[in-house]
Design a binder for this molecule. Structure first.
Ligand SMILES: Cc1ncc(COP(=O)(O)O)c(C=O)c1O
Length: 412
């Protein structure tokens, strides 16, 4: 949906100086006119939304860190400035903030701990379980350090077994993926540690189906959900995992240093907190959240990020970012030397596309695009050597066309 004529007239009446549509940097109220629920191909609307960002160049690496829109930057900075007044600091309506977050990610009331990132949230889950030597944690060969190292630490320290397998990376069906996980489970398997979206290829995994199957066998599920919230419409209750970890500073476009751990209510009181601070013995979610003095301005920024997403529409953002990725995927597929590693089936693709180009390396491709001020992610982990491109809402079709043209001409 585009901004209506009535909206524009209302806007012009409120801000006469802007009636000529010179809107590069708008005052806060004018930003309320962000298009709501734009169609995935409504380029006027997405061009308008792109102007909410201060990105200098082209950002194709949201998978590592998102860019905050102006409303998030302003809210964070304003709160920080008020904090430094010392007297007259601004309070945060924490219960309201938590309710908004719960609605956004579909979490149970009182189930979200606000932490620093996915890495910390995964560590809270891993260290909070009573696992013993010989207990097995099953995962894949495509885990990010942020979802993997917590188990490697437990393996070294307590003798748990962290076992990985390679799932089908180009599946035809959900059943194929579920069956691949099931085939790996042994009588010693206590935990499935599952990336909702693989960092390496952007492949979506059937987490709800895996959780249902695991629970029926008393196997605990820990989901590394670093990417979905802000990219895919996410409903934690429908997934129903024991623990779901995420980083709003990626696709949700919140300030760096914001993480969430969603704990299934029946697990809260029996999971050990990672840090012993004032509330460690509380039987509610505060036991994970109280880590001593921390930066409340980040919470304010996170709240503004949720509002920003809601004003555009979660479904609209998912449709747009995934359709951009499909456009990119299809354009790359036309280049003879390109070997795509993201799934062919669009149902398993998200808003990250990974590939190789025969005769060159991801390092060289990253340098080529970097010279054109395009930020990308090289997946060098485990020797994979892919280039990964993320397509968030500040990316336009013409940006992708330019990127693909550069890649087509990549020297061997
Ligand atoms: C799948 C996955 N898990 C965990 C992380 C770690 O995120 P953070 O650094 O925010 O903890 C990342 C970061 O890229 C990731 O892609």
């Amino acid at each position: 949906m585009t901004v209506s004529r009535r909206d524009l007239l209302r806007f012009a009446a409120a801000f006469p100086a802007f009636s000529g549509l010179a809107r590069a940097r708008l005052p806060a109220r004018a930003r309320d006119l962000l298009p709501a629920n734009p169609a995935p191909d409504d380029e006027v609307a997405w061009e308008r939304i792109k102007r909410e960002f201060v990105i200098d160049g082209l950002h194709l690496n949201t998978g590592t860190i998102g860019a905050c829109p102006l409303s998030v930057l302003d809210a964070t900075i304003q709160h920080l400035r008020a904090f430094e007044r010392i007297i007259g600091q601004e309070g945060i309506d924490y219960p309201a903030f938590k309710r908004e977050l719960e609605v956004f990610v579909g979490a149970w009331p009182g189930s979200i701990a606000v932490l620093r990132n996915t890495t910390e949230a995964m560590n809270n889950a891993a260290a909070g379980l009573d696992l013993h030597a010989g207990d097995e944690v099953l995962s894949t060969t495509h885990e990010h350090i942020g979802g993997r190292c917590c188990w490697e630490l437990l393996a070294r320290r307590r003798g748990i077994i962290y076992r990985t397998f390679t799932p089908p990376l180009d599946p035809d069906s959900t059943d194929e993926l579920v069956a691949a996980w099931q085939a790996q489970v042994t009588p010693r398997t206590r935990v499935l540690s599952i990336s909702h979206v693989l960092f390496s290829t952007g492949m979506l995994q059937p987490v709800a189906e895996l959780v249902r199957w695991a629970r029926a066998r008393n196997i605990i599920t820990v989901i590394d959900g670093a990417h979905p919230p802000g990219m895919l419409v996410t409903n934690a209750q429908a997934i129903d995992a024991d623990y779901y970890a995420t980083s709003p500073h990626k696709w949700l476009l919140a300030p760096p240093g914001t993480g969430l751990l969603i704990v299934r209510p029946d697990r809260i009181a029996t999971t050990w907190p990672l840090i012993g601070s004032g509330d460690w013995a509380a039987e509610d979610i505060r036991r994970f959240e109280d880590v001593g003095t921390s930066n409340g301005s980040l919470v304010v920024g996170l709240r503004a990020a949720v509002a920003f997403h809601n004003s555009i529409g979660r479904e609209a953002i998912e449709l747009r970012t995934r359709s951009l990725a499909t456009r990119l995927y299809d354009a790359l597929a036309e280049i003879p030397r390109v070997q795509l590693v993201s799934p062919r089936n669009a149902a398993f693709r998200t808003a990250m596309v990974s590939f190789r180009i025969a005769g060159t390396t991801a390092e060289k491709l990253q340098a080529l695009l970097g010279a054109a001020r395009i930020r990308t992610r090289r997946i060098a982990e485990f020797g994979y050597e892919y280039l990964r491109l993320s397509t968030h809402i500040y990316v336009l079709p013409r940006d992708l066309d330019r990127t693909v043209a550069l890649l087509r001409g990549a020297p061997s």
